[in-house]
Structures are given as C-alpha cells and as structure tokens.
Design a protein around this ligand. Sequence first.
Ligand SMILES: Cc1cc2nc3c(=O)[nH]c(=O)nc-3n(C[C@H](O)[C@H](O)[C@H](O)COP(=O)(O)OP(=O)(O)OC[C@H]3O[C@@H](n4cnc5c(N)ncnc54)[C@H](O)[C@@H]3O)c2cc1C
Length: 338
Amino acid sequence: MPVNIQNNVSLLPYNTFGIDVRAAHFTTVHSEAEMREALQSGIHPVLVIGGGSNLLFTRDVAGLVIKNDISYIKLERNFTKRAWIDVGGGVQWHTLVTWAVENNLGGLENMSLIPGTVGAAPVQNIGAYGVELKDVFVSLKAMETTTGRIRTFSLKECGFGYRDSVFKRELKGKYIIVSVRVSLTRPRHKLNLSYGDISRTLVTMGIDHPGIADVSRAVCQIRRSKLPDPAEIGNCGSFFKNPETDLAVLLKIRQSHPEVPSYPLPDNRVKIPAGWLIEQCGWKGKKVGNTGSYARQALVLVNYGGATGQEVKNLSDQIIQSVQQKFGIALEREVNIV
Ligand SMILES: Cc1cc2nc3c(=O)[nH]c(=O)nc-3n(C[C@H](O)[C@H](O)[C@H](O)COP(=O)(O)OP(=O)(O)OC[C@H]3O[C@@H](n4cnc5c(N)ncnc54)[C@H](O)[C@@H]3O)c2cc1C
C-alpha cells in the first residue's frame, strides 16, 4: 500500500510536551520500504519523530514529518554469554526493556521507563542510573535521507558522548535510524547498583539478592516518584544537560556554596548537576505563565496546560542566563528545539 501522506496535521498527540503546532505534511511508516517511499515523495525538509519525548516545537513544521513505527524485536545471534538483539526503530524503548527482562537478557534494566523509541535512543545516547545505550550497543542501520540508501554504523562511527552522537551533530537530519543492534548478557548478569537510589530502594522492597527484574522494578519505582508523567503534565524529562566544567570552576563555587554536589570526570574535570544550579537561582517549582520548573526536579520544565513552545523556550533562556550570571556556567539544552 502506498504511504498515506496527510496535510495540515496537529502534532499535539505526537509530543510529550503537549505543544499544539501543525505539520504541513505528516505520515507514519511501518517498514524500510515505506520510509524510502516517504522520502521519495520529494517533500522537504523531512523531520523524523519517534515518541516526541525529546522535542520542543516552537512553530508549525514545514515539509514532511515522518513518524517512525518500524516495529520488531528479533533475536539475531546467541553466544555463550551474550545475545545480539535487532530492534526496529519504532519500538518503544521500554517495550524493549520489558521484553529483555522477561527473556532474562541483561543490560537494559537501569534504563527502564525512559520514554520514546529505540530509533531515537542513539541520537542522544540515552542513559539513566549509570548506564548508557553505548554500553550495550553493537551497531545500527540508518537510511540516508537524500538517497534512501542504508548504511551500517559501528559503535565508533556513532561518536557517542554524554547525551550526544554524530546524529545530533555533523549528521543531524542526514540519516534516519531504522534499526539498532544491542548486545545483552545471559545467563549471568552484571548488575549496576551503584548509582542513585537503586540499592536503597531494593532494600525498602525487601530484596536481598536482586536480579535484573528487581532492578528494573526499583528503577521504575524511583522514576515514578521523581519525574512527572507526560500523560498528566507535559514535559520532556531533563531539559538541560548536566554541565561538565574544569575543577577550578567547582572550587570557586565551593567558596560560596560548600555544599555544591559534583561528580569527578577524567582530566581534572567535573560534572555539576544542572538541577542544583537551577535551584540555587530560585527557579525550582517556579511557575511562569503556563510553564515552569517542576517542583520535585528543577531540571524538568513543564507545560501546565496551553503553553506554547516559545514560552517554554523563553523560560529556558532565562534560566540559562541566570545560571550564567550566578555561576559563570553555560547550561546546554538536552531537548531538541524545532
Ligand atoms: C519523563 C521523561 C523522562 C526522560 N528520561 C530520560 C532519561 O532518563 N534519559 C534519557 O537519556 N532521556 C530521557 N528522556 C528523553 C527522551 O525519552 C529520550 O531522548 C528519547 O530517546 C527520545 O525518544 P523519542 O522517540 O521520543 O524521540 P523524539 O522526541 O521523537 O526525537 C528526538 C530527536 O531524535 C530525532 N529522531 C527521532 N527518531 C529518529 C530516528 N529514527 N532516526 C534519526 N533521528 C531520529 C528527532 O528528529 C529529534 O531530533 C526523558 C523524557 C521524558 C518525557
């Protein structure tokens, strides 16, 4: 069946911020062939979306919005201690995590409940609770938007960094990720319990000898208690990245704020939680028009209902400015602005 391209479509159901803008043209694709056909429509520019959970729309979108719905999970290869799984880019990330846990395949459990699709996961090298996509990544297949040709990218070629990859930088808009191959552990797993509240939560759950299913449940419990559910209040999770700075910057902040939290990085550099910096500037829980900084996590900007993308962007500009003024640190947005 030829792909069905619709005109003048509201993107409200397609972004977790709940921003009401329109796409000039819109289609959903379920296979590589449909993706190629949509690209051959000749409508430009093209914007591919998954769950819209890392996108802030500040205007109507010209050109063609393609929603990736290529959905399959396939056991590709079984090794003695690992298995390779190929996953269609349109699969919901948490569906993959649940499938892996149910099949006793380890490595994804700390990334439970991250919204969005598998195809978008490499774009910012998603991560949570001490684990990133790159830790389980083998390769991906992507379609070049100008030619429809498929190219395989290795781990190295993806140039993963902290919430970063080549697909956010030099190859932005040039490739659409159609599938991702991950390598998962079995039958024994190496659990990562060192980060955040995981160990403490497992204790409160009464679990002494956790397995991957327990870790996944603990992570879900922690996330539900801290992060707003986009079904109830529009948001995109962390709006900013945690800044990485020189140790000297941290030492200077420590003079006036001895309690400043930080995490050591190589080369005399440190990571400072953006949420802490934002809170120190008085933004935590503050409402500005229809938007604001979430009361339980300052790093999350929310839409209280009816906010425009521009309103949210303006708030983020003000936050960036005040953190710069108070601490001399330039916050970077994690969310993609369109
Ligand atoms: C409540 C909440 C909590 C979150 N927690 C986390 C977290 O813990 N860790 C984390 O890393 N992120 C987190 N996020 C952000 C978000 O879940 C991830 O960035 C996710 O990978 C976005 O997936 P998506 O399918 O919704 O992408 P979209 O928002 O649809 O797209 C994001 C970007 O990727 C591009 N893109 C989408 N699909 C493709 C594709 N197939 N090929 C090429 N480019 C593509 C889009 O054009 C856009 O630039 C959270 C978001 C929310 C709402």
